[in-house]
Design a binder for this molecule. Structure first.
Ligand code: 13P
Ligand code: SF4
Length: 373
């Protein structure tokens, strides 16, 4: 098997030097592409499993063996028997799959440009520097927790310092775990998920934000006066939702309910009826009564899938036309899926995600801790 070569240095597009789509695959029509994907999948049989995140476009989701949130996908990856796990998602999710699967299995991210901007907001070097300052300012024990939306070296760092990984569906349990083991939490990189989790645990008065880009920001001495230190990172797709979107909706459609993702701002989460991971959002709409209306505060593809999958429920995007797609998730183009599958039928692995061995072992500890809580 040929395997593509790549660097493991951190950057926003961590694997941007990997292989681009060959010209012959650029203009495929959907019918032809579907036919070719199905033919490749028939040939590859049980050797391949396709995992699709809820934010993937319809043309990817329709070929996925399993569609779910990041926590569910990491469990599916852990249970996968296939030689090749094709990941319809973003780099940090595929890295986690590589960490969790056996060394004999390959994880393929069809397009290596699918890098979550939020994961790039907490780079290991920057976190090392902050860690030295914060731990130097207190004798108390700080436990780092990183959101799944981060790169493998940050996960490894958290494991090394007694911390763990969480997703949006278990952040509260990760905080509880951390407070059993230590005195304070450093939560990275999503300040909104951190703040929303602190509220859920009744610890909203214990929060401080740590902005690594602001030389005038809070000092380490002041930060460690608080029990929860939140890294200044955010998701631009979810920051877009405002409380006014919910207020306007409630005025125009008093019958409508609102469900949002916990990466949304605090005031948006407070004004919503339900908050939860992308699987909670899915379950909320799936268990709605016929004729109910739900406005969705998350990435637009999931709102579109929910509308298609639940014709008896009225599904609205919370901020209408202003709702965004995730441009990292969008990089997983179905033409890329066709290419990586056809290459596999020829015995060639393309765009394989391989976490550096020295990061892998520790990052696995942080992920295992998450899977155990
Ligand atoms: P979930 O863990 O809820 O699937 O969310 C992942 C994500 O990237 C949200 O922006
Ligand atoms: Fe990252 Fe936001 Fe996209 Fe999720 S929706 S993958 S957090 S950019």
């Amino acid at each position: 098997m040929e395997t593509a070569q790549f660097e493991t240095d951190l950057s926003l597009f961590k694997y941007d030097n990997l292989e681009q789509l060959p010209p012959a695959y650029r203009d495929l029509e959907e019918d032809e592409r579907t036919e070719r994907i199905e033919a490749a999948l028939d040939e590859l049989g049980d050797d391949v499993v396709i995992l699709g995140h809820n934010y993937q476009r319809r043309e990817i989701v329709k070929h996925a063996d399993f569609v779910g949130d990041s926590y569910q996908l990491s469990k599916e990856a852990a249970n996968a028997d296939a030689d090749y796990v094709i990941f319809g998602g973003v780099t940090f999710m595929a890295e986690s799959a590589d960490i969790i699967t056996d060394d004999s299995q390959s994880v393929i991210l069809p397009s290596m440009e699918a890098s979550c901007p939020m994961a790039g907001m907490a780079e290991a070097l920057q976190v090392d520097a902050a860690w030295a300052e914060l731990t130097g300012a207190t004798d108390e024990n700080i436990i780092p927790i990183t959101y799944m939306n981060s790169y493998a070296d940050l996960k490894a760092f958290c494991a090394e310092q007694g911390g763990l990984v969480c997703t949006s569906s278990n952040a509260h349990r990760a905080f509880e775990y951390a407070f059993e083991k230590g005195d304070k939490v450093l939560f990275l990189p999503d300040k909104h998920l951190g703040e929303n989790t602190a509220h859920r645990l009744g610890m909203e008065d214990e929060i401080v934000e740590w902005d690594p880009w602001d030389p005038e920001g809070v000092t380490a001495e002041a930060a460690v006066e608080n029990d929860i230190i939140l890294w200044e990172g955010y998701c631009q797709v979810h920051e877009r939702f405002r409380e006014s979107h919910i207020e306007d909706l409630r005025e125009e459609r008093p019958d409508a309910n609102v469900v949002v993702h916990p990466e949304c701002r605090r005031e948006v989460v407070e004004a919503a009826d339900v908050v939860g991971s992308t699987s909670t959002i899915t379950e909320t709409v799936e268990s709605a009564d016929p004729g109910d209306t739900w406005a969705i505060g998350t990435e637009i593809h999931l709102a579109k899938h929910l509308d298609r999958w639940n014709p008896e429920v009225e599904v609205l995007p919370l901020c209408g036309d202003a709702c965004m797609d995730c441009n990292a998730m969008r990089q997983i183009d179905p033409n890329y899926l066709t290419w990586v599958l056809e290459e596999l039928t020829e015995g060639r692995e393309r765009n394989v995600i391989e976490v550096a061995p020295e990061e892998k072992e520790l990052a696995q500890v942080a992920l295992d801790r998450m899977l155990e809580i």
